[in-house]
Design a protein around this ligand. Structure first.
Ligand code: 48F
Length: 259
């Protein structure tokens, strides 16, 4: 066994995949439930898709369940997606299913990757590409460690026909775009409306509804959709996140066909 063969194998195969990801159909930011569900449905339709995740681990807010009890609840509307992924769901009472947070995070990840989505962890998206057509057409990337160490290192960029902001409560990509283009989002206020206090029923209904193209080339999904369109938070119920990811994928496929 040879140390250098191992090192070459890692560097060459990583570089090959990073180079392949420099021209994407859809670039997703964030590996929470919405981002990974979207990636699965996009990859299943043979869309060239990659997710960029800032952290070492994928899964976003799934792992901790509710207040670190690592269980999540999914309602009737999301049960079909759990079944399609093969995630065990135990009925607690009519209409409420309990899932194991670890099984949920790991299975969403596994199925997205096996369907053909590429996940790059430890990479932060620090900006987007917007040219004269006023459309989001790529992402600006840097190693998360560069940000953590506050190093002054320039980023690299990738091109993508569409971007999905699945960055959760902080809706980071929409914030970046709003700052750069001066409030031209397709919301009632033209800016980020801000997530509202908890109201489970309304929050769950609104998340898939608010999963939309919020700026040319930019779709918002998951909690980012709630934050951008000003709908309520809902806590550890995940049906809306899964349905939002699925809708984001469907929307992206429609937009890709139109273009
Ligand atoms: O927060 P997160 O899980 O997003 P989500 O899919 O799901 C929300 C639920 O987990 C939960 C909830 C459900 O009721 O309220 O909170 O909307 O995952 C977002 C992921 O995006 C990554 C972040 O590390 C997390 O894993 N992320 C955020 N900003 C960036 C990023 C960025 N600029 N670059 C790369 N990754």
């Amino acid at each position: 066994m040879d140390e250098v063969v191992i090192s070459r194998a890692i560097v060459e195969s990583y570089m090959k995949e990073l180079l392949e990801a420099m021209e994407l159909d859809v670039a997703i930011v964030g590996t929470g439930p919405a981002g990974m569900t979207a990636a699965y449905y996009l990859a299943k339709e043979k869309t060239k898709v990659a997710i960029f995740e800032r952290k070492l681990s994928v899964g976003g807010g799934i792992w901790g369940g509710g207040m670190m009890f690592n269980k999540a609840v999914v309602q009737d509307e999301g049960k079909g997606i759990l079944d399609e992924f093969g995630i065990t769901a135990t009925q607690y009472q009519k209409g409420y299913y309990v899932v194991d947070a670890i099984e949920l995070a790991s299975t969403l990840c596994y199925r997205a990757v096996k369907a053909g989505a590429k996940i790059f962890n430890l990479i932060s998206v620090e900006d987007v590409v917007i040219k004269e057509d006023d459309k989001v057409s790529g992402l600006v990337l840097n190693w998360s460690t560069v940000h953590l160490a506050k190093l002054h290192v320039d980023p690299l960029a990738i091109r993508s026909k569409l971007v999905i902001d699945a960055t959760g409560h902080d809706c980071e990509i929409c914030h970046l775009v709003t700052e750069k283009v001066g409030g031209k989002l397709r919301t009632a206020t033209r800016g980020i409306m801000g997530e509202k206090s908890m109201w489970v029923e309304m929050g769950e209904r609104k998340v898939p509804e608010n999963t939309r193209e919020v700026y040319p080339g930019l779709i918002v999904a998951g909690m980012a959709a709630a934050a951008v369109f000003g709908s309520p938070r809902m806590g550890p119920i995940f049906g809306g996140m899964l349905l939002s990811g699925k809708k984001a994928a469907r929307l992206a496929i429609e937009l890709l066909r139109q273009s």
